[in-house]
Design a binder for this molecule. Structure first.
Ligand code: AMP
Length: 629
């Protein structure tokens, strides 16, 4: 990292903490890594980001909403696969026991070597390290372990040897109820709450597809090494959308509204050292199957429009496709919206076509499927499973009901797989979701045969396309992309400014009387009252400090407009970044700020409006006459 980046990052961090955007939680007790408190400007900014998110996605697409508990029983997360597989690879300092994320150590090692100013590594080695970095997310435990050994990576603090990498489950475990016998977890994502409620929402939607369900809430992950402020934390706000579609038709009626967008895309085949994202239109990406389907493409486009609308720099966004090894085996395609920061490219939104995996995972308990009425009944031959109760009863005793339900809930694909295994091995390991365990099914316990039936309905498990937004990460990127410094009047000091877009700025305006004077203060109070009634968040500054200092204070909070009361009939409105001012009547001030802060008018519109142009013209004539006298 260059000195410049480091100093601007530390100016940013200092401003964020000093103005209480966010600070480490439980600071007076020494803080806990990976937990943060948002202060007043931080809360307001977060609320505005979420409100824009709601408007841009939930409202625009007429999505369903749901609000489920954070505390989740084990059986749900066992079925979803989180209990067994929601892991990161960890290594331990063999003497001290300190834990590290294996891929982070390897990444830091490669970056440090590549940034080495003295260039003590050969070009071949540099190429090799770049290759490792480009494949990092897809490395297995064995591959990571081999790299750690090969490069002689040791524990950063002690230089001790490290253990082999092993999986560490990231979920926080607890027990539900006083007996301690019922295991629960704090949810690592909000999505499972949506999947388990699928049938209710499907019925409520008139049994029609596609439809989408949104949920915003806290997620918890016991990160091995929380770092980089809000970028890797242990509790964070997730905003997730599950868009359910017919797997045979993943088109999207609104795709034509985004297909012309030219986005920086980084397909998996192009992720090689020295390569970077290139502009591809979404229409072409879907047409040429770089992006698997229209719905996925539609959400990629909508995510881009959302991020740029928030104020993320459009030149520092890219969409990176997951490498084949990085992608879950069931996923049809997966793209991350990555944003460039001083820490490098950061995944802020995951956009995945998860196929039918999630609904199928919970179908052991209750059939989660959709149906389509056929215009004409059709004759079909289906593989059907019939449990042999007299075998299953004695074999599973108290568990027989669960086993029978799970067998009866299997779909044709699963039955076919079971048949193949029974035919070859005579028994099969079968997961019973409601028991949260595997049982052994023997050939004698089921009969599987083909049966001819007349079908009036096509039954199927919908696919799901999931955009998942890490709100804290997006907010941090917004801080970095909005922050700049400019010299004060004397040129001796650098002043901090956040160029927040008025829609997300925590406060839309500040009101100051120019000097301490009762009449001006009364006008300022009346304006403040009207701003409150109009629902505009603002600040009053009646301190007697110089106007320059007061502007600097509000610029540092990213307040886009300042109303200065310097008469009882009219006021000035100053825009933060241009520092330009307009003059409006006291009566009009609130409506102008309201239109500006709600995005109904831009500063340019107001600045170039005929009334302001005339005012500027007369002011300059007046100044000219004064100068002649
Ligand atoms: P995932 O389910 O892992 O794809 O995560 C979904 C989104 O959550 C990511 O795109 C990130 O924006 C965010 N996220 C994941 N882990 C963390 C974390 N430890 N801290 C902050 N945000 C996170």
């Amino acid at each position: 990292m260059s000195n410049n980046t480091e100093s601007s990052r530390s100016a940013l961090a200092n401003t964020l903490e000093r103005r209480f955007f966010y600070i480490p939680s439980f600071k007076i007790y020494g803080a806990v890594a990976g937990l943060y408190d948002y202060g007043s400007p931080g809360c307001k900014l977060k609320k505005n980001v979420l409100s824009l998110w709601h408007q841009h996605f939930v409202h625009e697409e007429n999505m369903w909403e749901i609000d489920c508990p954070c505390l989740t029983p084990e059986v749900v997360l066992k079925a979803s696969g989180h209990v067994d597989k929601f892991t990161d690879l960890m290594v331990k300092d063999v003497k001290k026991g300190t834990c590290y994320r294996a891929d982070h150590l390897l990444k830091d090692f490669c970056n440090k070597k590549l940034e080495d100013q003295d260039r003590r590594i050969s070009p071949e080695m540099a190429m090799e390290l770049k290759q490792v970095l480009s494949k990092l997310d897809g490395l297995s435990a064995e591959e990571l372990g081999a790299c750690i050994k090969k490069y002689g990576i040791r524990a950063p603090e002690t230089d001790n040897y490290l253990s082999d990498p092993y999986p560490f489950n990231l979920m926080f475990q607890t027990s539900i109820g006083p007996s301690g016998s019922s295991t629960g977890f704090f949810r690592p994502e909000t999505a499972q709450g949506i999947f388990v409620n699928f049938m209710d929402i499907y019925y409520d939607n008139g049994c029609k597809l596609p439809f989408a369900v949104a949920q915003v809430g806290q997620a918890f992950r016991n990160e091995i090494s929380p770092r980089q402020g809000l970028l890797r934390v242990r509790e964070f706000t997730l905003a997730e959308i599950e868009h359910f579609v017919d797997p045979e038709d993943k088109s999207h009626v609104k795709f034509p509204t985004v297909d012309k967008l030219q986005l920086p895309m980084f397909p998996r085949d192009e992720q090689k050292p020295g390569q970077s994202a290139r502009l591809i239109s979404l229409g072409e990406a879907v047409h040429s199957k770089i992006v698997e389907n229209e719905t996925l493409g539609y959400f990629i486009g909508r995510v881009y429009l959302f991020l740029t609308r928030l104020g993320i720099d459009k030149n520092r966004i890219r969409f990176r496709q997951h490498l084949a090894k990085e992608m879950a085996h069931y996923a049809a395609d997966c793209w991350d919206a990555e944003i460039e920061t001083s820490y490098g490219w950061i995944e802020c939104v995951g956009i995945a076509d998860r196929s039918a995996y999630d609904l199928k995972a919970h179908s052991g308990k209750s059939r989660l499927e959709a149906h389509e009425q056929l215009s004409e009944p059709r004759e079909v031959e289906k593989l059907v499973i019939s449990p042999v109760k007299k075998e299953i009863g004695p074999a599973f005793e108290k568990k027989q009901k669960n086993v029978l339900e799970a067998l009866e809930a299997m779909d044709e694909e699963e039955i076919s797989k079971m048949k193949a295994e029974l035919d070859s091995k005579g028994e099969v390991d079968f997961f019973v979701c409601t028991l949260g365990e595997h049982v052994s099914i023997k050939s004698s316990m089921v009969t599987i045969s083909k049966v001819k039936t007349r079908e009036h309905q096509r039954k199927f498990t919908p696919s799901v396309i999931e955009p998942s937004f890490g709100i804290g990460r997006i907010i941090y990127c917004l801080f970095e992309h909005s922050f700049y410094t400019r010299p004060d009047k004397t040129g001796d000091e650098q002043l901090n400014v956040f160029r927040f877009n008025p829609l997300v700025a925590p406060f839309k305006c500040t009101v100051f009387p120019l000097v301490r004077n009762q009449q001006f203060e009364e006008v300022a109070k009346d304006i403040s009252k009207s701003l409150t009634s109009a629902g505009i968040s603002h600040k009053m500054d009646t301190t007697g400090t110089s106007i320059g200092k007061r502007y600097a204070r509000t610029d540092e909070l990213g307040v886009p407009f300042a109303i200065t009361v310097d008469s009882t009939s009219s006021v000035t409105i100053r825009e933060r970044d241009s520092k330009d001012q307009i003059r409006v009547s006291v009566k009009k001030a609130v409506s102008v700020v309201k239109e500006l802060s709600e995005g109904l008018r831009t500063w340019e519109d107001v600045w170039w409006s005929p009334s302001q142009r005339w005012k500027r013209f007369w002011r300059s004539c007046f100044r000219f006459i004064l100068s002649r006298n």
